[in-house]
Design a binder for this molecule. Structure first.
Ligand SMILES: [Zn+2]
Length: 685
């Protein structure tokens, strides 16, 4: 850190007000539709939160404060309950899932049938017609899948038994639904209640329940709230720091505290008198938790709308988007998830920060791909460099998205760490003469991926590898030149010169760097391993994996090892649990959801990896008896494997083109830096 930067940081830290961070977070957390909270997008509670945030932005001195409307279904949920009628009389608290409709005042009454994980096998031999099924929801399937399967078998109500989350006693949970809106009543109750129901059923007792849900969906509008601390240099560049104010329950850590910290950062920067070089934009998103019906891609709707509809000009101008969501929590481990070019900078920053300020995290980890669970992905997907801090801990499986996401999960130290970390990160980025992007990470990781492809498939990728190596070399050359520039600038400062003569070239270099990172992020962040565990990866990666899994499958079938063959086959496309559902559920809640022709893929648009349908092969193989059938399956698998191979080759060609384009721009940028170097050398001599 140079001296000036140290002054900024000192002043920022001095002006940070932990009480203000508390006060703003508390205020937002206490806005809700009813006693248990809830600020779903487009509802009066979300509107009230948005208005409070906008007023607060104005009050602390941000300018051009605005509410940007986002059209979305407004889901007003006002509570649910389950009345146990038999074997004993008792009313228990319940919740439901985003977009699920309410019942009549009398509710839905029926006998409970426990169907385990709710695969189609679990229903065999059971009569659930006009009954209420209780289904386990593991992490493997989205809610829409298990509910759709229950509907297929004639159930009139579904009690979801959360097995991976909401483990705290009495915890009830809400989440987005990720698919076709339910036609039947859907609730969840706490684990102690579902365990009791299972016990009763085991004891042979008849369990009868009455489900009552108060909820409705209307066309509505959510609000993204924006406020600026404008550039003192009239720059067209931006640094954006964002959170979201929609929530389930009180949503203290998810994400009232994120918004509170964001406001506290803005306030401390303003009160410290800081004059930013880029425009600093503070944005609180709507529709992060939920904002679209009948699509898998039903979250991150507000941020997707901001980057594509309201501000398509941001990509290429935004230096970085910084995501404050789930970033404030006690007793947690810290994961910094960045787009590749920001990983190195973030690691060094955190290292330095750790020494200077005591951070309360148990451990720190860095991941160089953005997360699809956060607004971060909307930004990364259109080509904006981004960083998110995610804190994990006891909280995740106990309290996440439950009524226990409350203020006691946060303390002064965690609030302070969040505010200081993000605030100082902004100061460092804003004061970097050359944007601190490490492009070599893109080249090196892609090169490693091609290496794996070459080994795994014995494909000849020499040309592609050569090209990639050249790119890596050039990124390194660029970094060396930038280092050299910094040394010369130091020298210049020592002899009392100024850098005015080269400042404009730096500006051009930075614009060029943003164009390169825009290209790489927009083209090379693919979504593979479709559904639930959707992972961000290079576009070719999922095809490579799928081809290898199919190869394993074929080998196993040839050796007549059916179990291992099924295991490998289900890994293709990451659809393990889906193969166990009925064909109709698979078609409706999976194939239809990832159909690339759909217009409502939102942030998935342009990033979703193609999937080859293997449901039939899986389900035939499962009960295969004769040789001819096996031969048929093998033939079909070979065909699909060669289809995937075509996809892979095509994808690698596209990736090569992207890198080639990035490389051309980078060569130009290196030349510009060299001009700076020769100018500086003259001045120093
Ligand atoms: Zn959140």
């Amino acid at each position: 850190m140079d001296k000036l930067e140290k002054e900024y940081v000192k002043s920022f830290v001095k002006n940070f007000d932990v009480n203000y961070a508390w006060q703003a977070s508390d205020k937002i957390a206490n806005i809700g539709l009813f006693r248990l909270g809830f600020r779903p997008s487009g509802t009066i509670a979300e509107h009230e939160a948005a208005k409070y945030i906008a007023d607060e932005m104005k009050r602390i001195g941000l300018v051009n404060v605005s509410l940007e409307k986002v059209p979305l279904p407004a889901w007003s949920f006002l509570g649910a309950e389950v009345n146990i009628i038999q074997p004993e009389n008792r009313t228990v608290a319940a919740s439901t899932y985003a977009g699920c409709l309410g019942t009549s005042l009398e509710g839905v009454t029926g006998e409970v049938v426990y169907v385990g994980d709710g695969t189609r096998h679990d229903y065999s031999g059971l009569d659930v017609q006009d009954k209420v099924v209780m289904v386990n929801r593991t992490k493997d399937l989205v809610y829409s899948a298990i509910v759709y399967e229950a509907q297929l078998h004639g159930a009139k109500g579904v009690i979801v038994r959360e097995t991976a989350y909401a483990k705290a006693p009495e915890a009830i949970r809400c989440n987005d639904f990720c698919g076709t809106q339910a036609r039947v009543a859907v609730v969840n109750v706490s684990k102690d209640v579902t365990d009791q129901i299972i016990d009763w059923i085991k004891e042979g007792k008849k369990v009868v329940v009455n489900l009552i849900i108060d909820a409705k969906v209307e066309d509505g509008e959510g609000n993204n709230v924006l406020g600026y601390l404008p550039s003192s240099e009239k720059s067209d560049k931006l640094i954006i720091i964002g959170a979201h104010h929609d929530s389930w329950f009180h949503g203290f850590t998810d994400n009232a505290a994120g918004v509170g910290c964001m406001l506290a950062i803005a306030k401390a920067l303003i009160e410290s008198g800081y004059k930013p070089k880029a425009n600093l934009l503070f944005i609180s998103h709507t529709g992060e938790e939920f904002g679209a019906l009948n699509t898998f891609y039903d979250w991150l709707i507000g941020s997707d709308y901001a980057v594509k509809i309201e501000h398509p000009d941001w990509a290429g101008k935004v230096i970085a988007y910084l995501n404050l969501d789930g970033s404030i929590l006690v007793n947690a481990t810290a994961h910094f998830e960045t787009t590749r070019e920001l990983k190195d900078f973030t690691e060094k920053f955190v290292e330095e920060f750790k020494e200077e300020f005591r951070i309360p995290y148990k451990s720190v980890e860095f991941v160089s791909v953005p997360d699809t669970q956060l607004d971060q992905f909307s930004y990364a997907g259109v080509g904006i460099p981004s960083m998110a801090l995610i804190l994990n801990g006891h909280y995740d499986d106990m309290y996440y998205h439950t009524q226990f996401d409350e203020a006691k999960l946060v303390d002064d130290a965690s609030l302070k760490a969040g505010v200081l970390l993000f605030g100082i990160y902004i100061l460092k980025l804003d004061n970097a003469l050359v944007l601190p992007f490490d492009l070599s990470a893109w080249g090196e990781e892609l090169l490693a991926g091609y290496g794996r492809t070459e080994v795994g498939l014995r494909l000849d990728l020499k040309d592609a590898m050569d090209r990639m190596e050249k790119f890596v070399d050039n990124t390194k050359e660029f970094s060396v030149r930038v280092e050299e520039t910094y040394c010369l600038l130091e020298e210049l400062k020592r002899i009392g010169g100024d850098n005015k003569s080269v400042k404009n070239i730096f500006k051009e270099v930075n614009s060029g760097l943003l164009e390169v990172t825009k290209l790489l992020n927009a083209q090379l962040n693919a979504l593979g391993g479709v559904q639930v565990a959707e992972k961000v990866m290079f576009p070719h990666e999922q095809y490579l994996k799928d081809i290898l899994f199919l190869g394993e499958t074929v080998e196993a079938i040839k050796k007549k090892e059916i179990e291992p063959a099924l295991t490998s086959l289900a890994k293709v496309g990451g659809v393990e649990a889906w193969c166990l559902m009925s064909r109709k559920t698979f078609e409706n809640e999976f194939l239809k959801m990832v159909d690339l022709r759909r217009k409502d893929l939102h942030w998935g648009t342009g990033h979703i990896v193609k999937y080859v349908d293997l449901w039939n092969e899986y389900n035939t193989l499962e009960k295969v008896e004769d040789e001819t059938k096996t031969k048929e399956i093998l033939k079909s698998l070979e065909n699909k494997r060669s289809l995937l191979l075509d996809y892979l080759k095509e994808t690698i060609k596209t990736e090569e083109k992207t890198v080639e384009k990035a490389n051309l721009s980078l060569t130009k940028l290196t030349k510009q830096v060299k001009t700076v170097i020769s100018k500086l050398k003259k001045q120093v001599q």
